[in-house]
Ligand binder design. Structure first.
Ligand code: SAM
Length: 172
């Protein structure tokens, strides 16, 4: 019984340590990890008009919620996530779900993402990253592709749709 309690305490301390470290890294990265609410996440995927075979990127993919939803809609997805815990979490979840072939992860900055082949870029970031990303996305993404951002708009750009706190832009 004492051994069981000791194992439980060690596991709890380990988990709390990992959570604290993940939080610290998130703060260091600049945008904390907050998953998109399930309802809005589903709505983002719906508004993105994802069809099988599309290339979908989530910039700052967190624990992969948007990636898995997009992959279930038939997309090949790529997540850019700087926090190594979230990166590995998503990679392991993809492996366990047998979705590694449609959920690819990159532990690198979203500002260096290759968005040239993306049909859809998803984002739930902060105002400053959206301001910085706007020129990159509109100059590097292909015509007809979409940017779907939750909660934060791209400054000086008119969204085609604004619904449920979700902004949808189309690249001309
Ligand atoms: C608000 S969370 C959104 C998570 C996920 N997209 C979702 O909707 O559930 C933002 C994520 O962006 C990541 N992030 C912030 N800045 C980043 C950067 N420069 N490069 C890669 N990831 C970044 C954070 O670590 C965090 O997990």
């Amino acid at each position: 019984m004492n051994l069981l309690l000791a194992v439980f305490v060690v596991l709890l301390v380990l988990l709390l340590g990992i959570a604290a470290l993940a939080l610290f890294i998130s703060v260091f990265v600049g945008v904390p990890f907050v998953p998109t609410h399930q309802k809005q996440a589903r709505h983002m995927v719906e508004l993105a008009g994802i069809t099988p075979g599309m290339n979908v990127i989530d910039l700052g993919s967190g624990a992969g919620r948007l990636l898995f939803l997009a992959a279930r809609a038939g997309a090949r997805t790529t997540g850019y996530e700087l926090n190594p815990f979230l990166y590995w979490w998503t990679k392991i979840e993809a492996r366990l779900k047998g979705m590694s072939n449609v959920v690819d992860m990159k532990c690198q900055s979203l500002y260096d993402a290759d968005v040239s082949k993306a049909d859809v870029v998803l984002a739930f970031l902060f105002p400053e990253p959206m301001k910085r990303l706007g020129p990159k996305l509109f100059s590097e993404m292909k015509p007809g592709s979409k940017i779907v951002s939750y909660a934060f708009a791209i400054p000086n750009r008119e969204p085609r749709i604004k619904e449920d706190g979700i902004y949808v832009y189309e690249v001309a």
